[in-house]
Design a protein around this ligand. Structure first.
Ligand code: ADP
Ligand code: MG
Length: 373
């Protein structure tokens, strides 16, 4: 009980399959983030959950109650949208109170809850202001307060911070988490911003092309991405993805492509057994590299080194992204310590060691991860 369940939900719009058999369960008190690129179907999925769109097949269960065919108002969900969805001809108080009034809540309840929510979100001084006179951050807090006064069974947020300045966003994140902790209800939060997803989500579901590609922690998505899509979408700077062949050399499996030749740890033997000389996609995160002689995490030998020329050096805080040009077609980016990057010169030769334990491989046909033993 207390869960939000989405079961096998399907939706076409304009003849296209927009939500493709999506299933997930959000536990009571869990903050569940739907992360995906623009156009992947996130908003449509939220609209299906709250009933603004009708599902074609599947089920939406809120706190044990099947609301799949129930009108939006009777689903008892709290919703916060990107454009806030406030009523421009009403003041702050009326906007916060609207949902309660619409469902015929007692006056005494409204008069107690609205000022309390306004107080929590720093809106007490603004109650009589027309919402159109407020800043974006203030309007967003009104939208939050309006969701907060409801005793909803679950809360849904569709990119509520996208229209805010970066500075205000951090404060607004905390406001949302504050409301969430107070309510302890299942919450679904939609964003295309991975930093936001990592900071807020108990679990993150990556959505791509109408499907849930993977559900997991930040750790899972970075270190065990389920597909090329997840590997490529999650992580910054982006992962290096290189197509190549699996070959056997001296009884060991290697990944090869042009001048790249990497020995693979034995844990790949069995899962790659059926691959013969088939092509695969190699994935290496930028932070899985080290300069020869400088890693205490893993040994660097000719078996796990990639040679190239320094293409660019892009300083970050405390580290730098270094581009390694391996060939006309292959460029790699690696994050290295600042002090190391400082010694590099664009155009000069450089070798990088690859941490063998951080190698990821994907089936080129299915684009799904090949799992080591
Ligand atoms: P997201 O929120 O992830 O950016 P949306 O759910 O808004 O994605 O949209 C997913 C896809 O569905 C997009 O390609 C969009 O053009 C399409 N879409 C959304 N609404 C409609 C509609 N009413 N009719 C036809 N296509 C739609
Ligand atoms: Mg959207």
């Amino acid at each position: 009980m207390g869960q939000l369940q989405v079961i096998d939900v399907i939706k076409h719009l304009g003849g296209n399959l927009i939500v493709n058999q999506v299933s997930f369960t959000v536990e009571e008190g869990e903050f569940f983030v739907l992360l995906g690129p623009s156009g992947s179907g996130k908003s449509t999925l939220l609209r299906l959950i709250c009933g603004l769109e009708e599902i074609e097949s599947g089920q939406i269960i809120v706190d044990g109650r099947d609301v799949s065919r129930v009108p939006p108002r009777e689903r008892n969900l709290g919703m916060v949208f990107q454009d806030y969805g406030l009523y421009p001809n009403m003041n702050v108080y009326q906007n916060i109170a609207y949902g309660l009034e619409a469902r015929g809540e007692k006056r005494a309840v409204i008069e107690e809850r609205v000022p309390a929510a306004a107080d929590r979100l720093g809106l007490s001084e603004l109650l009589q202001f027309n919402v159109v006179d407020l800043s974006g951050g203030e309007q967003q807090r009104v939208a939050l307060a309006r969701a907060m006064v409801k005793d909803a069974d679950a809360y849904l947020y569709d990119e509520p911070l996208s229209n805010l300045d970066p500075k205000l966003r951090h404060k607004a994140r905390r406001d949302i988490m504050f409301v969430h902790r107070e309510k302890r209800k299942p919450s679904v939060y939609v964003t295309h911003d991975q930093a936001e997803a990592f900071a807020m989500g108990d679990r993150i579901a990556v959505m791509g092309d109408g499907r849930l590609q993977q559900i997991g922690s930040t750790e899972d998505l970075i270190h065990n991405p389920a597909s090329v899509f997840v590997a490529g979408f999650v992580g910054s700077p982006p992962i290096n993805l290189i197509e190549g062949d699996i070959v056997t050399q001296n009884d060991r499996l290697h990944f090869t492509r042009e001048r790249i030749n990497l020995a693979l740890p034995d844990k790949w033997k069995s899962p790659l057994g059926s691959y013969g000389s088939q092509r695969v996609v190699l994935g290496i995160r930028p932070d899985a590299f080290a300069k020869p002689g400088l890693s205490d995490e893993f040994e660097i030998t000719f078996d796990n080194t990639i040679d190239g020329k320094v293409d660019f050096i892009e300083p970050l805080l405390g580290e730098a992204v270094v581009g390694l040009r391996v060939s006309d077609r292959i460029n790699i980016s690696a994050t290295l310590d600042d002090s190391l990057a400082e010694q590099l010169i664009e155009g000069e030769s450089m070798a990088l060691g690859v941490n063998p334990d951080r190698i990821l491989l994907f089936d080129i046909q299915t684009q799904q991860a090949i799992k080591p033993e």
